[in-house]
Design a protein around this ligand. Structure first.
Ligand SMILES: Nc1nc2c(ncn2[C@@H]2O[C@H](COP(=O)(O)OP(=O)(O)OP(=O)(O)O)[C@@H](O)[C@H]2O)c(=O)[nH]1
Ligand SMILES: [Mg+2]
Length: 317
């Protein structure tokens, strides 16, 4: 387990190289380049954070927190700000363990998101993780829109070693969920994981479809804890933030799965999403295989994003 975690951190670190290079290069020049902490120093810091896709809200909050600490601790040396800054971001990104309650309860996880962001892949990976924890998992193939969607999810079900319900294209997604609930109950499943279609819905269609699904879940499976996760593609930066916002307007979104953090220069968007929308990033994806999904770990993530020395020591370890 510790080995697996270390391996994942390495992949995260290498995945976020581009993001880190952007931010850290700027950091180094500021923290070393300024001899005193003044307005120019803060302004340059602000610019780097915003350029790193961290977003206006989060940047403002991070800087206010830093300024307060600088005043309180009478800090004079800009170099001392670096660790304060990193720690401040970690604190802001920490996810309460209560946020993973669905992992401990009988639950339904509804996975939504636009086209191609990695919903089906994430459902497959998550199924594998939960199965490894000894849970009985059932998948609902409620993407009935794309012809090959059922087959794609069936492959993931086989990889993860879990059951799958549905998959006939053209069927009503809500009726797939209905059947899947019946199967989950009959098989005494711990987790029912629902993949959904990612076609670009307009808001009205999406709302109607989700409402139908929620109604079935409420009526047929009231004992299950309901978790709605939005999948976002980490390479799309500010666009991902806009999507999260739109989904949060039509559904009660409990968390984010942020995918494709391997190789993106826009990894800072995780901080923006968390701060702007107050929705925690609960899982991150760093690749296409079943092991490439992990719970979000604020310390590991922020180190991978900002801290060259933590990154160095992990690679050497
Ligand atoms: N590099 C990388 N690729 C990923 C990751 N997650 C998903 N992908 C790839 O992204 C592509 C789309 O993934 P899907 O899971 O099919 O996305 P989807 O949201 O289900 O797509 P639709 O059902 O068509 O809306 C696939 O080629 C995946 O292998 C990730 O974390 N890293
Ligand atoms: Mg899909």
């Amino acid at each position: 387990m510790a080995e697996e975690k270390k391996g994942f951190f390495k992949r995260l670190v290498s995945g976020l190289t581009k993001t880190r290079d952007n931010i850290v290069a700027g950091f180094d020049s500021i923290f070393k380049g300024y001899s005193s902490i003044d307005d120019d120093f803060y302004e340059e810091l602000e610019e780097i954070l915003i350029m790193g896709d961290i977003g206006i809200n989060a940047t403002t909050a991070i800087l206010e927190n830093l300024k307060a600490q600088v005043a309180e601790k009478h800090i004079k040396d800009p170099m001392e700000c670096k660790q304060l800054l990193i720690n401040g971001i970690k604190d802001q990104m920490r996810v309460d363990s209560m946020e993973y309650e669905f992992e401990n309860r009988k639950s339904v996880i509804l996975v939504i998101g636009v086209n191609g962001v990695g919903k089906t892949t994430s459902v497959g990976k998550l199924a594998g993780k939960l199965k490894d924890q000894g849970k009985k998992v059932v998948l609902a193939a409620a993407d009935t829109f794309r012809a090959a969607a059922g087959e794609q999810l069936t492959q993931w079900a086989n990889r993860a070693g879990v059951d799958i319900i549905g998959g006939q294209s053209g069927a009503d997604p809500a009726s797939v969920v209905y059947d899947a609930v019946a199967a989950a109950k009959a098989r005494n499943a711990d987790v029912l994981l629902c993949d959904t279609a990612g076609r670009l819905h307009n808001k009205k269609n999406l709302m109607e479809e989700l409402r139908k699904i929620y109604r079935i879940l409420e009526r047929e499976y009231p004992e299950a804890y309901l978790e709605t996760l939005v999948v976002l593609d980490g390479t799309t930066g500010q666009n991902a933030l806009a999507q999260a916002k739109q989904f949060s307007e039509v559904a009660n979104v409990n968390g984010i799965i942020l995918t494709k953090l391997d190789g993106t220069a826009k990894g800072g968007i995780a901080v923006a999403i968390h701060s702007e929308l107050d929705i925690p990033v609960k899982y991150i994806g760093v690749g296409e295989t079943i092991d490439d999904l992990q719970k979000f770990d604020a310390d590991a993530f922020v180190d991978a994003l900002f801290d060259n020395s933590a990154v160095q020591s992990s690679i050497e370890a």
